[in-house]
Design a protein around this ligand. Structure first.
Ligand code: URA
Length: 233
């Protein structure tokens, strides 16, 4: 793809604004040589105002979502997209989250602009394991692990029982829950079904990927090896 179109699609500005970047000599290659709108070069070699170009289309990102942010492109209050550079919102194709976390849930959230990859991640066929850590208002009764693993728990308003899920008890009010599907507010509704209430919820893992020390509110690009790891977990 010609550089002018590529850079405009990455959200750096309208066609006219990006033409001005070229005219002002702000788009260069890694050696500092001027680049032109008609050039077709590896995006990894392009530098704008001395900074590398944003990741080319086909990217996969992880975000450590803080509590208080909504997974939506348009909503009131703080949005997960506020945590990325503003021009990410103008990218074509659009950057979307692969699945969602509630406003009050923190943890690992994936984003991609690759429709096929998005579909692979959220597809029930992939059945990627998602690991949640929950703090509970009340002590466990003792029958939760067996019920969650049974494959017969039916949540209110649903027509199919939940797939078996594994509960790991950390303490009386702290658990880890391993899910292989993603229904609306699933963890909170599972504990409501056993007369409990989730007071804190954090997603620690998706497939083979963890946040691995990424600070809250920060994001990073995942490489091809990490993309493989996601589907290996
Ligand atoms: N289950 C929930 O209840 N909330 C989330 O955000 C994710 C899973």
């Amino acid at each position: 793809m010609k550089l002018l179109k590529l850079i405009a699609n990455l959200g750096y500005g309208s066609r006219r604004e990006v033409l001005a970047l070229f005219a002002d000599g702000r788009v260069r290659d890694a050696e500092g040589a001027l680049l032109y709108g008609d050039d077709e070069i590896d995006p990894a070699q392009v530098v704008i105002d001395g900074a590398p170009l944003d990741p080319a289309p086909g990217m996969l990102l992880m975000l450590h979502k803080p509590v208080g942010y909504t997974c939506s492109h348009r909503d009131q209050g703080r949005l997960v997209y506020d945590l990325f550079p503003p021009r990410f919102r103008a990218r074509k194709p659009v950057l979307s989250s692969a699945g969602r976390l509630d406003r009050d849930t923190s943890g690992l959230l994936l984003f991609t602009d690759d429709g096929q990859l998005l579909h692979r991640i959220v597809s029930p066929k992939a059945a990627l394991t998602k690991v949640y850590r929950a703090r509970l208002a009340d002590s466990l009764r003792g029958d939760e692990a067996a019920l969650f693993a049974s494959g017969s728990l039916m949540l209110d308003g649903e027509t199919r029982p939940l797939l078996p899920a594994q509960l790991v008890v950390m303490s009386e009010r702290e658990v880890e829950l391993h899910l292989h599907e993603g229904r609306y507010h699933q963890v909170r509704r599972m504990f409501a079904a056993v007369s409990n209430h989730v007071t804190e919820l954090h997603r620690a893992r998706i497939g083979g990927l963890t946040l691995d020390g990424l600070p809250e509110g920060e994001w990073r690009l995942l490489d091809a090896e990490e993309q493989r790891q996601l589907f290996d977990g």
